[in-house]
Design a protein around this ligand. Sequence first.
Ligand SMILES: Cc1cc2nc3c(=O)[nH]c(=O)nc-3n(C[C@H](O)[C@H](O)[C@H](O)COP(=O)(O)OP(=O)(O)OC[C@H]3O[C@@H](n4cnc5c(N)ncnc54)[C@H](O)[C@@H]3O)c2cc1C
Length: 240
Amino acid sequence: MTHYVVIGGGIIGSAIARELGLRGTGKVTVLEKESSVGRHASGRNSGVIHSGINQKPGSVKARMCVEGNRRLREYCVKHAVPMQECGTLVVARQESELPVLDKLLAMGRECGVPGLTIIGNSELKEREPLANGKAALFSPTGAVVDSPALLKAVVADAQAQGVRYRYVHRVNGIKGTNISTTQGDINGDYVINCAGLYADKVAHMMGLGREYRIIPFRGEYMEVKNTDIRSMIYQTPDLR
Ligand SMILES: Cc1cc2nc3c(=O)[nH]c(=O)nc-3n(C[C@H](O)[C@H](O)[C@H](O)COP(=O)(O)OP(=O)(O)OC[C@H]3O[C@@H](n4cnc5c(N)ncnc54)[C@H](O)[C@@H]3O)c2cc1C
């Protein structure tokens, strides 16, 4: 029986493991260095289900984003994962930003993003009383998901398909089909590198991608209490 070994139990590793489990083509093991899932980016992100308004038309990323948005929202409904379908607003604060909204509208429509409209100042005030702008691009399919809950649902789904999770198994060496972990060696016919910010290190263990190095950077969230914000509000991007 083919053995697929997925390194990393974040949303990417777990989604791939789930899909392999659903296809039923072999045994699937996820090796995770932490004692549970969601200790890295997949459990600590903003949870935005992007609608695809700023993707390059015709690109794989645009297609994945638009289709992924629809399928992920369906998945959340089916699996009772908390999600808010609040929509996205890109606000033009100055006249000079209005052409960018038109460009985003055209790009988004070409990518197949449904329901896009440009709303004027008065509709913007109705939707978002605290937002100031000349106009805004409204994308109704932008949504926010509870990302730890999503990961939990995908992991449960994968496990229901027979996928085995091995926690506290840090991969520290790969030679051919032999994977060394902190809990001993494991053999896999296919090794799938889903180690997130450590994916470069895992690739280097395989002798691949030595010219690449991931450079992480830190960001900060601010919490705003008792403020009437109803959707995701973005400033007009610089499309250059
Ligand atoms: C602050 C922030 C906000 C974000 N907001 C959004 C957003 O709103 N919308 C959106 O779509 N995306 C967002 N992202 C991006 C998104 O979170 C990531 O793209 C996604 O979570 C990556 O998933 P992953 O499975 O590749 O990585 P991770 O979640 O990092 O998972 C990798 C896993 O691999 C494990 N691992 C690493 N090395 C080893 C090893 N040697 N052996 C065994 N296991 C190992 C780690 O422990 C980890 O659990 C955001 C990211 C950040 C940081």
